[in-house]
Design a protein around this ligand. Structure first.
Ligand SMILES: [Cu+2]
Length: 277
């Protein structure tokens, strides 16, 4: 009896931990045994988060309903209570219901889902543009609004990590972006397909050779955000992380002025030799 009580208690704790993980109060950075998403930090990601919470309610209700039906059937139609089996095979109204109700549920899910897809696709009012170029195996970034500001962003090797820097995530030159700004992000590649994936910002777009893809982001909070390439692109696929530094508009304007000087003489290495490879 004691063992069962202990088991129930553990189950209760696990359930509470699960529910706590679903709530909006998530840590800003990934942590061991974390449940749920990273804390949302863009307009699109906030909606993705809300949609996820809505779906969780829907699937939980469906699962509980099906489980209750199964339990009811197991008890009500057990062999000992039904010595003479029923010969029932059809029930038209029941069949109509179990076809129509799931279809209605799918429509209820599809409407906000499509709305979210179109919302996340591109912004009608971009205030600035960032160009992301995938290489084997690093990213380079261009700021067309700032003239010639272009730079590469390479991962910091294990041996060069300084205290506080994250292994396999920190880079020598992060992307710097302003908050509360509609940023159009364009994606290109010089060699193979890569994918620019930023979980906290709710954006994942492929960089494809010969194509210009587009996405957008409006970051809601200052901070440092990490992402990774999530389209397998060769042996060093795991070593081309993304680091986004989100600054206030004023701080970004200051950075932009410095960047214009700093990166003016060092064009990104989207050179001819690489394109010929
Ligand atoms: Cu990759």
């Amino acid at each position: 009896m004691l063992k069962i009580a202990q088991m129930m208690q553990r189950l209760g704790f696990a359930l509470m931990a699960l529910l706590a993980g679903i709530g909006p109060a998530l840590a800003a950075e990934p942590k061991p045994w974390q449940l749920g998403f990273q804390e949302p930090a863009s307009l699109v990601k906030i909606r993705i988060h809300d949609f996820h919470d809505f779906l969780l309610v829907v699937i939980t209700l469906i699962s509980v309903f099906v489980l209750a039906l199964l339990a009811y059937i197991c008890v009500k139609f057990r062999k000992s209570a039904n010595p003479t089996p029923s010969k029932t095979t059809h029930n038209t109204s029941l069949e109509v219901l179990w076809t129509v109700i799931p279809a209605v549920i799918l429509v209820v899910i599809a409407v906000p889902s499509f709305k979210l897809l179109f919302y996340g696709d591109r912004t009608p009012n971009p205030e600035m543009t960032l160009k992301v170029i995938g290489h084997q195996w690093y990213w380079s970034y261009e700021y067309p609004d700032l003239g010639e500001v272009k730079f590469d962003s390479n991962m910091i090797a294990d041996k060069d990590l300084k205290p506080g820097q994250k292994r396999l995530l920190d880079v020598d030159q992060p992307v710097v972006l302003p908050i509360n700004t509609n940023i159009r992000v364009q994606f290109a590649s010089t060699n193979v397909m890569h994918s620019w994936f930023m979980p906290a910002l709710g954006i994942q777009v492929y960089t494809t050779p010969g194509r210009l893809n587009e996405g957008w982001v409006n970051i809601t909070k200052e901070g440092t955000y990490y992402g990774q390439c999530n389209q397998i692109c060769g042996v060093n696929h795991g070593f081309m992380p993304i680091k986004v530094q989100a600054l206030s508009k004023d701080a970004y304007a200051k950075w932009a002025e410095e960047a214009k000087k700093k990166f003016a003489q060092t064009p990104a290495s989207t050179n001819v030799a690489e394109l010929k490879r």
